[in-house]
Ligand binder design. Structure first.
Ligand code: NAD
Length: 413
């Protein structure tokens, strides 16, 4: 089945959007085409032994601007996955209207087994392998799974040493001291919250009437719970890899964050009932935020989901078959390429600030992010209504049309 191969799944999503929007075979071919694939063997010393690690950079489409996308360190990274992720980045950047194309990178490594020195060596080796293919106006990496601002700092430093000049715009998600942007650390969650507010308005769900369940309490999920509880939403359940907790009266998120920091898990938090990760998805709440893994909502559990709105902060939490069930059941899904685009949007703001050499206050970043998410949500929602299609397919239609417009202007179609 297509879901087994992420790039096949990406192409199936594109085809579905293409049928609804009437794209030609040539247009679909241009949209699916991968511009370049770079594969390198990195030589690094791990646990005293010289080893080779496979590293990838896929550049999908740059008709609207430089390639843009994160670098993940994971033992199961493979070319098909990186290609799919690069394709989704092209769509995501186009949906939110930022002048970037799509790229993605990866190193096949078990990051958890690396010492700090080894982490640094792998990060620098990646840049030595890929330096000729990246650049502030060519391809701009960022953090992804098991890479973080410190990794971006090592990568920036290595790139600048190779090029013998300063180039802060070559990579985003940097620490503030090296040209990072304010609000970048919680931008993904904040973007999702901006999108959720619009969906909640459409469904007449004011915060005080809205219960929220969050699967995953890491960067995306924890910040989403924190921001939503701060504006009056009731967070009734959260979970992490060790299990979930429930309180029908609403969790005190500030205290829960302290508890998670102290114990490494959400389980054991005061006055809560333990629940499983699966229960979190199915319990009574108006909003569900999957913010952990892909493929968690399947045909097996989609029919039991009670939420009226799902905000996909995770990438790909709903399988294509489950999507159809949710659409039939009138569940309003804010798809990943829209819901979690706040991260890449603020990466764009970071790159703009680097290019100007002038840095914005947090309020300014948030205001710009709010406007951008508002416009992106409206474009996708109006397309979904006009073509009578689900929000995911509509997001693909919006993104694909913008890429095609650029390709046509360049004379490529
Ligand atoms: P993270 O590593 O900070 O957090 C992941 C969380 O999920 C952790 O709390 C972990 O305990 C939990 N988790 C792992 N397995 C679980 C399971 N089986 N059930 C429930 N929880 C489980 O990662 P993150 O950056 O928050 O990313 C989460 C998701 O959001 C990923 O799908 C990622 O691709 C997507 N995303 C993140 C960003 C971002 O800027 N952080 C941007 C776009 C998309």
């Amino acid at each position: 089945m297509t879901a087994d191969n992420p790039f096949q799944r990406a192409k199936a999503q594109l085809k579905k959007a293409g049928i609804k929007a009437g794209f030609s075979a040539k247009e679909l071919e241009v949209l699916a085409e991968v511009s370049a694939v770079h594969e390198k063997e990195l030589s690094v010393t791990v646990s005293g032994e010289k080893i080779k690690l496979m590293a990838f950079r896929v550049q999908h489409n740059d008709s609207r601007g430089p390639f843009k996308g994160g670098i993940r360190f994971h033992p199961e990274v493979n070319m098909d996955e990186v290609k799919a992720l690069a394709f989704w980045m092209s769509m995501k950047c186009a949906v939110v209207g930022i002048p970037f194309g799509g790229g993605k990178g990866g190193v096949e490594v078990d990051a958890k087994s690396l010492s700090e020195k080894e982490y640094e060596d792998v990060s620098r080796a990646y840049i030595r392998g890929m330096a000729e293919h990246i650049g502030p106006d060519r391809d701009i990496p960022a953090p992804d799974v098991y890479t973080n601002p410190q990794v971006m700092a090592w990568m920036l430093d290595e790139y600048e040493k190779i090029k013998k000049r300063k180039a802060p715009g070559v990579i985003t998600g940097k620490p503030l001291a090296l040209g990072g942007s304010k609000a970048r650390d919680y931008a993904t969650a904040q973007g999702g919250v901006f999108a959720l507010k619009q969906a909640a308005d459409l469904l007449d769900l004011p915060p005080f009437k809205t219960r929220v369940a969050v699967q995953g309490f890491g960067n995306a999920g924890m910040h989403a719970a924190r921001i939503l509880s701060g504006i009056g939403y009731k967070i009734v359940a959260v979970s992490d890899s060790k299990g979930g907790i429930y309180d029908e009266h609403g969790l005190d998120i500030k205290k829960l964050i302290d508890h998670k920091k102290a114990t490494g898990k959400v389980l054991g938090f005061e006055h809560t009932k333990d629940i499983s990760n699966e229960d979190v998805l199915e319990l009574e709440s108006e909003v569900l935020i999957p913010a952990a893994l892909g493929g968690v909502i399947t045909p097996q559990n989609a029919g039991r989901i009670k939420a009226k709105i799902i905000v996909e902060l995770a990438n790909g939490p709903i399988t294509p078959e489950a999507d159809d069930i949710l659409y039939k059941n009138d569940v309003f899904v804010i798809p990943d390429i829209l819901a979690n685009a706040g991260g890449v949007a603020v990466s764009y703001f970071e790159w703009v600030q680097n290019n100007m050499g002038y840095y914005w206050e947090e309020d300014e970043v948030l205001e710009k992010l709010g406007q951008l998410m508002f416009k992106a949500f409206r474009a996708v929602y109006e397309t979904s209504k006009r073509l009578s299609i689900d929000m995911r397919t509509a997001a693909f239609v919006v993104g694909a049309r913008r890429i095609l417009e650029a390709e046509k202007l360049r004379g490529n179609i």
